[in-house]
Design a protein around this ligand. Sequence first.
Ligand SMILES: [Zn+2]
Length: 503
Amino acid sequence: MSNILVVNSTRAETRVALIEDGILSEIYMERRRDRGVAGNIYKGRVLRVLPGMQAAFIDVAQEKAGFLHVSDFYNFQKDINHLEGDGETLPPPSRGKISRKINISDCMKEGEEILVQVAKEPMGTKGARLTGHISLPGRYVVFMPTVSHIGISRRIGSERERKRLRRVVEENRPPGTGFIVRTVSEDISDEKILRDMELLVKLWTDMLDRFNEVKSPYLLNEEPDLLLRAARDLFTTDIEELIVDDKQAYKRVSEFTSHYMPGFSDNISLYSATEPIFDAYGIEVEIERALAREVPLESGGSLVFDKTEALTAVDVNTGKFVGSSSDLEETILRTNLEAAEEVVYQLRLRNIGGIIIIDFIDMEDARNRERVYRTLEAALKKDRVTTNALAISDFGLVEMTRKRVRESLVQYMCDPCPHCDGRGQVKTRETVAAEIVREIRRQAPLMAGKTIYVDAQPEVISYLLNVERGTIDELEKVFDRKINLRGQRGKHVEYFALSDSRS
Ligand SMILES: [Zn+2]
């Protein structure tokens, strides 16, 4: 079996699914409407310098001004002015991050124009977080013009290969600049890596040239959209095919590929069947499964995912057990082993980040606990996101962290339930009926009219009419009012309203 990338592209959104050996393992979505700005590079204008905060607000053509802290400041201005514009000269080596002792007011003045990149998306009332330390991701390497540094992806294991890659970069980088070699570079020829480096350096010098020509605020370079990022970052040599269901998207990704990663364009195809592409590949079903709270396991047990403010808890449950108690430990072990793999699969698919607590079913035998932990560890190796799992406790608990790189699938696709405000529970009709009775007692003495109108959901009303009939009769007598119960279809089960007028 093999790996493929399936792309569903519509006017409103792009979805990319990575299928490994016939199994959906990662899903990425981007709606045109909320395309981010992270990674974008701007010629910005200093709006305000805040010496107290050691920061500045920068106009980057966004609704809210961007925020730049002095520690992220880098001065290109002098260097840019010295540039010949021939694409050869680059800024001198950076002195590293500027220390906190330097004052922001010495770095920039209001009205000054500076080159910045968006490090973090704007969130809520906060504007984008900016940095002067640019990084430009390419296919095989990431270019960092402001730091003299060479990094090799930790996921490339072979010492020989690491040496080769370091040599390629060392010999070809412009003095004082930095490159990070990405995992996909493993076993890629010197020429291809060199070409990628050259493209990025050219992109960078072109940007510096343009900086002098345009008026701020100005978008100098836009991070590509999901379609092209997927081609750049996910379309590796072990992907047999990238299949896309939209002609325009097909054209775009083919052009991009033939320019940046020649050789790969032959493996791109256009899907033209009438069945929706995500249905044809069974992806839609898996997405539904990845949104569910409970995931059934083949061994009969299940996983239950619960998210709190601070962490995600994954509970492993046993199925119904039939057999002798000597088989019990064996059944539990089997369920836990399956769970260990499924948890990791779901974490990747759901894209859950932060602290995660996995509560495996208790096992008597320490060796079995160890086996479960090792299975978990092995499964985590396949995750391209950085994870760290602590040892399994005597209670079968594993604490782990997973780097938060983007919104989780649920965050992206769902809102908190409007019925329960995300609690996962709503009050029973008995509870609501009791609340109504208390509210009548509270308000009836203050009401002018002869009739009290009570509106609530039909289920609640029918409960009051049937089970609490006696209470209602008593209230009518005590307060000398008529109580008119009115069922309101489509209302929330917890909704009710009292009034002394008909409307
Ligand atoms: Zn709910």
